[in-house]
Design a protein around this ligand. Sequence first.
Ligand SMILES: NC(=O)c1ccc[n+]([C@@H]2O[C@H](COP(=O)([O-])OP(=O)(O)OC[C@H]3O[C@@H](n4cnc5c(N)ncnc54)[C@H](OP(=O)(O)O)[C@@H]3O)[C@@H](O)[C@H]2O)c1
Length: 266
Amino acid sequence: MSSSRMTVLVVGATGSIGGLVVEEAVRQGHTVRALVRSPGKARRLPPGAQVVVGDVTRPETLAGAVDGVDAVVFTLGSDGAGRVGAETVDYGGVRNVLAALGSRQARLALMTSIGVTNRTGDYNRRTEACDWKRRSERLVRASGLPYTIVRPGWFDYNKPNEHRLVLRQGDERHAGDPSDGVIARRQIAEILVRSLTSPQAERKTFELVATAGAAQQDLEPLFAALDADPPGSLDAVHDTANMPLEEEPQRVRDDLDTVVQGRRSH
Ligand SMILES: NC(=O)c1ccc[n+]([C@@H]2O[C@H](COP(=O)([O-])OP(=O)(O)OC[C@H]3O[C@@H](n4cnc5c(N)ncnc54)[C@H](OP(=O)(O)O)[C@@H]3O)[C@@H](O)[C@H]2O)c1
C-alpha cells in the first residue's frame, strides 16, 4: 500500500481543498478519480482526473467510485447545512464510502478540523459539526485500514511568509478563531496526498498549521516525529477523553459495530 503510484479516489473533489488534492495527486503521478455529485460539476475539476458521479448520502451511487481504488482522500464539507449536513455528509459520507469499500484494502486520508474535540464551543453547540467530524475520525480508526487524519487550521489565513509546517497533537487550541493556527489550502492538499505513500504517516492524527518560515521539502521527519494512535483506539493519541462511547447515540454505536465487524472479515 506504500507503492508510489496509486488509484486515488477524492471524495469532495469539487471543493476548495478537494480540487487542490486532485491537482496534487495528478502531479504526484497517481491515477485520480474524482467523485462529483453531478456531471456538470466536473467542469470545475483540474485536468487529468477521471470523473465518477455519486452522492455520499446515497450509498447505492458509490459502488463504481470505489471499484479498484488503492486510496481514498476525504475532504467533504457540509458548511451551511447545519446539524443534518454534519451528520449526513461529514459523518455519513465517510460511513457510506467505508461501507462501499467493504473488504477492499485501501489507504485512507481524512481531513477534519483543528478544534474537532471542542464540544462546548459556540460553533459545535450550534452545528454539532465538530462532534460529527470526530465521529467520522472514529469510523476511520475503527475500520482497521491504514489511515492518516489531518486536522487543518484556518484555511489561507497564513501570511505570505507563513509556510513552515507544524504538526501538533492533542487538539488543545480551542479559541475557535485563526489564533488556533493557520495553513495554506495548497499545503493541506499536499500533506493529504503525501501521507498516502508514507508508512511514517500511518495511524497518525495531527493538527496542521504553519508558522513563519519556508515549507519543509521532506515531510518524512515531520510524520515520523508524531505519536501513532494506540491500536484499537477510537480517539487520537493525546486527545481529551470527552466523548464517552456509552453516551453516544445508538445509531453511532451501531455504525461503529458495523465497521468493526467489516474489519474482522477483512
Ligand atoms: N475554512 C476553514 O478555515 C476550515 C478549517 C479547518 C477545517 N475546515 C473544514 O473543511 C471543510 C470545508 O472544506 P472545503 O473548503 O474544501 O469545502 P467545500 O469547498 O465546501 O467542498 C465540500 C466538498 O464536499 C462535497 N459534498 C458535499 N456534499 C456532498 C454529497 N452529498 N456527496 C458528495 N460530495 C459532497 C462538495 O461537493 P459540491 O461541489 O457538489 O457541493 C465539495 O466537493 C468544512 O467541513 C470545514 O469544517 C475548514
